[in-house]
Write a protein that binds this ligand. Structure first.
Ligand SMILES: Cc1ncc(COP(=O)(O)O)c(C=O)c1O
Length: 397
């Protein structure tokens, strides 16, 4: 037996973190920490690393919360969320997409992040494999891996607007025996979107092959041309995950939702009861009111549209020319292979030499991401103009 540690009373070295917990960090959060440290030391930093709006929750949401703090106990709610919020989300599907979704199929969650855990636990067993487009949001594969499940990447590229082809999904699913496909459209980090026909075809391929289709619709509402279509328009079997974080400008409130087929509702309810008891009560008050804040939210979107135009015009002049114009979200993914094959080092240099924080592509694509960086344009237009000015001056240096 190893000797006892005098500080803890446990035998030294006996307690180690489980192997399943050995997941990669979400690099953007690490960059955010570095950028904040620089800011605390007095440097001016333009935050283009993190995908979060610079605006607070809508005024109506904050007012509703202020009232609730005075007169509501804000205790636990039902594990599936407040009935009035579930009904309002159901109404949102009818208003936005013309799709009927019964409130019973809506599950309110602690951000979309909790919805992924619930969906993965409900749909996949230990050892099951899930197809994920690459590049993509890193936490999908990290969560799967922490749950003892695994991912199989489907490579995408600019020629296909960074979205998978249905035939590739079919072929890869057959080859690796995948149990599901998870896709975000508009996507992070590229901001590109599936055309409705390709979304329908992907849903169909999954249906034919018996794969769960999980649609991350967190960037719906943030589109700059055609509106995004929900996977629920093509199948009631799709699992749709969404959030109040992005369009509704409520990242820190940790509130989101999912829509699931009838037969999964009780499964997810039992998981939610045991894992989280209920989604945060105060955030549900805010979320309900946020649905009435259309004017404010559309004004936010108009700012993102202006930011996108500033960057699509200015970044090429600053030396970041190779970008697929994004249809949605608030990201641009730039090929920087003419500057580096180490996007982490480049992002650090850009941060320290210009005060512009960007995210290295390796967060989203461990292999090819070394030649890409992601710009997030969720802050003010003045910030974007200043970022272009700094990057242009830096590029000419
Ligand atoms: C594609 C995508 N899905 C999900 C999330 C998680 O968001 P939240 O847990 O705040 O809803 C993010 C966050 O950036 C994201 O980019």
């Amino acid at each position: 037996m190893s000797p006892l540690d005098p500080a803890t009373g446990y035998s030294t070295g006996a307690l180690q973190a489980a192997l399943r917990a050995d997941i990669d960090s979400f690099i953007v959060m690490d960059i955010m920490r570095e950028a904040s440290a620089l800011e605390t030391s007095g440097r001016s930093v333009i935050h283009m690393e993190v995908g979060q709006p610079g605006t607070p929750a809508p005024r109506l949401a904050r007012d509703a919360v202020a009232r609730a703090l005075e007169c509501d106990t804000l205790g636990y709610t039902m594990a599936l969320g407040r009935d009035d919020l579930r009904a309002r989300i159901s109404q949102h599907y009818h208003e936005t997409y013309g799709v009927r979704v019964s409130p019973e199929r809506v599950v309110v969650t602690a951000g979309s992040s909790a919805a992924f855990v619930l969906a993965f636990l409900a749909c996949f067993d230990v050892g099951d494999r899930v197809l994920l487009p690459s590049p993509g949001y890193p936490c999908y594969r990290h969560i799967l891996s922490a749950l003892g499940q695994s991912s199989q990447l489907v490579q995408t590229g600019p020629a296909n607007r960074w979205m998978p082809q249905p035939e590739d999904v079919g072929r890869q699913a057959g080859a690796c025996g995948a149990k599901g496909l998870l896709i975000a459209s508009p996507a992070n980090p590229t901001g590109t979107m599936l055309e409705p026909e390709r979304l329908a075809a992907l849903v169909r391929v999954c249906g034919e092959r018996g794969l769960w289709f999980i649609s991350d619709e967190i960037y719906h509402g943030l589109t700059y041309g055609a509106a995004a279509q929900t996977a629920l328009a093509y199948s009631d079997e799709a699992i749709v995950i969404n959030s109040f974080s992005k369009y509704f400008s409520m990242t820190g409130w940790r509130i989101g939702w999912m829509v699931v087929p009838d037969r999964l509702v009780r499964v997810i309810e039992r998981l939610a009861q045991n894992l989280y008891i209920s989604p945060p009560a105060v955030s549900q008050v805010a979320a309900l009111a946020a649905f009435d804040a259309g004017e404010e939210l559309e004004a936010n979107r108009a700012v993102y549209a202006a930011n996108r135009a500033v960057l699509l015009d200015g970044l090429p002049r600053a030396g970041f020319g190779s970008i697929v114009p994004a249809d949605g979200a608030f990201y641009l993914y730039a090929d920087v292979s003419h500057l580096t094959d180490d996007s982490v080092a480049l992002s650090r240099r850009i941060l320290h030499e210009t005060g512009v924080a960007v995210t290295p592509g390796v967060d989203f694509d461990a292999a090819r991401g070394a030649r890409f960086v992601r710009f997030s344009y969720a802050r003010s237009t003045a910030d974007m103009v200043e970022a272009v000015r700094r990057l242009t001056a830096w590029g000419r240096w």
